[in-house]
Each structure stands twice: as C-alpha cells, then as structure tokens.
Design a protein around this ligand. Structure first.
Ligand SMILES: [Zn+2]
Length: 164
C-alpha cells in the first residue's frame, strides 16, 4: 500500500512500499538513472545526499544511502548549476560545459564533505519514485564500499538488509 497522505522523511522507520517524500532532486551522477545527488523532502524541507550502494542485476532496483546535509549547501549547489541552465523539478540532471565540469565537481565535493554519516538506506528505481523499502542504519561502517559502482555481492547484502 502506498500512503495517500503527504509523506516526510520523519516517517522513515523500517518500512515497505511508501510514496517518496522527495520533491526536488539534483542528480550529480548518472548511469542509466541517477547514482548520486541531493534530495529535498517536501514534508520538512530537509536535504539528503544520496549515494548508490547497490543495485540488482538489471540495475532497476537501486539501494541508496541517505545522509543529511544543510539546506544552505543545497542552495549553493542550485546556485552553482543555475549558471548553466534553469533548474528542473522534481528531477534535475544539470549538464555542465566540459571545461567547467572538473572545477564544479571539486567544489561540490568540498561542499558535501561536511555532511553527516548516512541515516537511512532506501530501495527505489530513483529516490523520487515509489520507495520499495526503507531502513535506518545503525552502523554507518556498513556503507563502506570502495568501487565507483557496486559489486553483485553488495546487492545480496542490502537485499537481505532491506528484506526485499
Ligand atoms: Zn521530511
């Protein structure tokens, strides 16, 4: 059952099948769909930095970690990207001129470096779409993953963790 009421990340517990609370996303990385970025909750306006930690063999179900960051950082990132194009909501994947891409991406990395450790993991095709499962993370060490793209063994771990 998808909840009909307005959702908020505050209602994240250990749940299954909830409507996404995220109304604004900026994708910072893309591989057949978003792999990292910033998401704003439409309920409380909190901002999360999301990162892909696992995906199924077809890359349709993706597991993302969610770490809260300050709203000011989101505003700064919107400002940075707005120099190159109009924001598009709910899903914005800004395209940067090649000669600017490295400098902007370094700037964003430094803005995001101060974020908290991840509080939740969610499974969804993309964070603004229906959320198949959500679970809080007690030990952020479990998020350690070295590769740019997750390995199949990590999918099995998160599939079990989220009871998918
Ligand atoms: Zn919220």
């Amino acid at each position: 059952m998808i909840s009909k009421t307005k959702t908020c990340c505050e209602f994240f517990g250990d749940e299954k099948r909830i409507a996404s609370p995220f109304e604004k996303l900026i994708s910072l990385g893309y591989y057949d769909g978003t792999v990292s970025g910033l998401a704003q909750c439409g309920g409380c306006q909190r901002i999360f930095h999301y990162r892909l930690v696992a995906w199924d063999e077809n890359q349709n179900i993706r597991v993302f970690s969610l770490a809260q960051i300050k709203v000011e950082i989101f505003d700064k990132v919107v400002d940075l990207f707005s120099r190159f194009g109009q924001p598009r909501w709910p899903f914005w994947y800004p395209v940067l001129p090649a000669q600017e891409a490295k400098a902007i991406s370094d700037r964003i990395d430094s803005l995001l470096a101060s974020g908290d450790s991840p509080r939740y993991v969610i499974a969804a095709e993309s964070p603004e779409k229906a959320i198949l499962a959500v679970r809080s993370i007690q030990d952020s060490a479990r998020l350690l993953h070295s590769a740019d793209f997750p390995k199949p063994s990590e999918w099995n771990y998160w599939k079990k963790y989220l009871r998918l």
